[in-house]
Design a protein around this ligand. Structure first.
Ligand SMILES: *[C@@H]1O[C@H](CO)[C@@H](O)[C@H](O)[C@H]1NC(C)=O
Ligand SMILES: *[C@@H]1O[C@H](CO)[C@@H](O)[C@H](O)[C@H]1NC(C)=O
Ligand SMILES: *[C@@H]1O[C@H](CO)[C@@H](O)[C@H](O)[C@H]1NC(C)=O
Ligand SMILES: [Cu+2]
Length: 673
């Protein structure tokens, strides 16, 4: 949720030629050479004459859905390639559309609304660098008996706290102390905050308010090379064998595996983007569409400390920092298994030039010893029947490290037709320094330290994580409806049964967007279906997919709290909106310092018709995080997710005819005594 100046060294990756040998797809992200072309076209325009132009965001302007489907069905050639660019010159945000195919700038509009674009790495590095030469800051460091050479700083988004007018484009700078440890997050220099005007690129406010003892460096090491025994717990080396190689194929950005076919894209803001996920139906002898597009639209992380140094820490990690921008090269064998296939990511840096980051994606088959289905039948005379099949799935993984936190973003495809979206949270908590080294020192019973004491002088501050997924479902066609299959208790009347109660289902078809806002309540259980009412199964059921919830949390902030107004897409845990290509970012295109006027909550106020229309499902994986000591020093992965599951989509269990595994398929292994 914040970036440190140290990141720079990781990011200066040379631009290497990235050949596009494989077959192109209309949703392929911009290639390096396309990025070069877009940059040149913008620089040749009037705006390009400005010497301080900065490329905040560049992405493929997606062709219309209709064009993508026609291309897929072989009815038309590749649609023209276009790029959307958000550029910044001091005082102005420009929205630019570039037609790469016809080599022209289609439009260049100045944005006059609230909010600012995503930060570039370059401007964050510049901003944090300012404090290093700022005399009052140098004084503050000296006053604390610290040395400047061990200080690193973070860029912390400023948020919005009710000002009526659009404020300056600003950012907070706070610093940490290394002095030997690579764990920069462990030693916050509490009480010192600088405010930077990003247009002028200078510090405009400075606050050195309180002095708090800094946590010790000792015990903050997590690198293997710095560890001392006892080690462990230990197990023997482990790996899954694929004697005949993996079963998936990657052509450019298309992945084919078992009964699945889908496109893997990359976006600076969202990170991985899964598109046109189609599942094969052996009975129908063809692929059927499931999801047109799925990605993390926003990631809201509000901290629960209202003090002057902390109140603004209400991060929007996708829209302010970029889950793609902060995705890094995966480490073979540990980030992904031995047989994983790696893919690079290409995006435009702040200067508009392409950056190729290697091995940002991994694709691998997962076999974790789990069972896909099983049954033992002992009822047959003289015959025990056991049939069991192993579960093998396919995973596409990206790890986004937004400052201190690491988000392991997985899309998993299963042979039974399930798509699972999963996020693993790891990394280092955002710590607050305190004078306390033991809870006994807290005198007043009602003192709120806004977190838990995790180690001496170290508080893990309370916070939430809300990952809002954009799930554009096209279940066996574009026109879908949202149906709540509500579980309702029935009371037995007139003693017609010894039972007093039972439950049954009542179906509610959402006519409009308001009907489809869902806040979960254990006392009102329901299945949440995206149905295609134009298609029926053989017994007459509507074809559907349903959302199976994972970890769900409702924000408990006041609806009038400004961070919550900006994050009003978390006011419900699930929404359905009418498809509109411009409505992709749940918190708005301009998330930084936004006023909450371009959110999912605002769009759905239109209360559009959603019955038998092209619709988008929005679901928020939510986690309230009360830190405990085990989260210190690096958090063991907390894994949460949801499933999109076929629901009367297939005539029967689609994996009934899976073949079991067989010992003879594997090479003979040497047994060690
Ligand atoms: C704008 O560009 C000039 C010349 O390249 C440079 O000196 C100045 O620092 C830039 N301003 C900002 C805010 O980056
Ligand atoms: C830096 O670390 C060294 C070794 O742990 C220690 O001796 C020194 O006092 C530290 N310096 C400061 C300024 O904290
Ligand atoms: C699509 O959404 C944008 C932003 O909410 C809105 O301005 C536009 O009118 C919408 N288009 C249609 C066809 O509804
Ligand atoms: Cu957390």
């Amino acid at each position: 949720m914040r970036s440190s100046i140290m990141l720079l060294s990781l990011l200066v990756l040379a631009f290497t030629t990235h050949s596009a040998t494989a077959k192109k797809h209309p949703l392929d992200p911009l290639t390096a050479s396309e990025i070069i072309n877009v940059r040149q076209l913008v620089l040749k325009s009037k705006l390009g004459l400005h010497k301080n132009i900065s490329f905040q965001y560049m992405a493929l302007q997606e062709p219309e859905k209709k064009a993508v489907y026609e291309w897929k069905h072989g009815l038309s050639p590749l649609p023209p390639r276009k790029a959307t660019v958000i550029a910044r010159i001091p005082g102005e945000t420009h929205q630019i559309l570039v037609d790469i195919t016809s080599k022209e700038v289609v439009y260049d509009n100045v944005y006059h609304g609230f909010g600012y674009p995503i930060f570039t790495i370059e401007e964050q590095v510049k901003a944090v660098g300012l404090s290093m030469e700022y005399p009052p800051f140098i004084e503050s460091i000296k006053n604390r008996g610290l040395e400047m050479k061990s200080v690193v700083c973070n860029s912390v988004s400023a948020g919005w706290f009710g000002e009526k007018k659009q404020g300056k484009r600003i950012m907070n700078i706070q610093c940490l102390y290394t002095n030997g440890t690579v764990n920069i997050d462990a030693r916050p220099i509490e009480g010192v905050t600088a405010l930077v005007d990003l247009d002028q690129m200078k510090i405009i406010e400075y606050m050195d308010r309180i002095k708090v003892p800094m946590p010790k460096a000792q015990g903050t090491y997590y690198r293997e090379s710095t560890q001392k025994p006892p080690f462990g717990p230990k197990t023997n080396p482990i790996s899954m064998e694929q004697p005949e190689g993996p079963s998936f194929k990657v052509h450019g950005h298309m992945v084919e595996w078992a009964n699945w076919k889908f496109h893997v894209g990359f976006d600076l803001r969202a990170g991985p983007v899964i598109s046109t996920a189609d599942v094969y139906d052996p009975e129908k002898g063809r692929f059927r569409s499931v999801m047109y597009r799925g990605f993390v639209s926003e990631l809201f992380v509000p901290y629960m400390d209202p003090s002057q140094e902390w109140y603004f820490k209400t991060y929007f990690d996708a829209g302010e920092y970029g889950l793609g921008l902060f995705s890094f090269t995966l480490q073979p064998l540990n980030d992904c298994p031995r047989y994983a296939y790696y893919m690079d990511a290409v995006y435009a840096g702040g200067d508009g030039k392409p950056i190729v980051k290697e091995n940002v994606f991994c694709v691998f088959e997962r076999y974790a010893g789990d069972i896909a289905w099983t049954h033992t039948e002992i009822g047959n005379p003289d015959l025990v029947v056991t049939e069991v099949r192993p579960e093998v799935t396919l995973v596409v993984r990206v790890v986004a490290t937004v400052g201190n936190y690491d988000y392991i973003l997985d899309w998993e495809f299963k042979k039974n037709g399930v798509i699972r979206g999963n996020v693993g949270l790891s990394g280092i908590l955002e710590y607050k320094a305190t004078s306390y080294t033991h809870l006994d020192q807290i005198q007043k019973a009602d003192e709120d330290i806004h977190g838990n004491l995790l180690a001496e002088n170290t508080i893990g501050v309370f916070h939430d994580h809300f990952l809002t997924f954009h799930l554009d479902m096209d279940v066996d066609g574009i026109e879908n409806s949202f149906v709540k299959s509500m579980i309702k208790r029935k009371d037995v009347i007139d003693d017609q049964s010894p039972r007093k109660s039972y439950w049954t289902i009542e179906k509610m078809v959402a006519k409009t967007e308001n009907d489809a806002k869902v806040q979960f309540d254990l006392k009102k259980p329901m299945d949440l279906l995206i149905v295609n009412s134009n298609k029926k199964s053989k017994v007459g059921q509507e074809i559907a997919y349903r959302l199976v919830l994972g970890s769900t949390a409702a924000s408990v902030l006041s609806l009038h709290d400004h961070p919550q107004i900006r994050a009003s897409f978390t006011n419900n845990q699930m929404w359905v909106s009418r498809y509109n290509q411009t409505e992709q970012w749940a918190g708005g295109v301009y998330m930084d310092q936004s006023h909450g006027d371009d959110t999912l909550a605002i769009w759905t106020n239109k209360n559009r018709d959603i019955e038998n229309k092209d619709i988008v499902l929005w679901y928020t994986v939510g986690i309230h995080h009360i830190p405990y000591q085990e989260d210190f020093l690096v958090m063991p992965t907390l894994s949460e997710g949801f499933e999109l599951k076929p629901t009367n989509f297939f005539e029967r269990n689609p994996i009934l005819k899976l073949e079991p595994m067989n010992t003879s398929s594997f090479p003979k292994c040497i047994k060690h005594g």
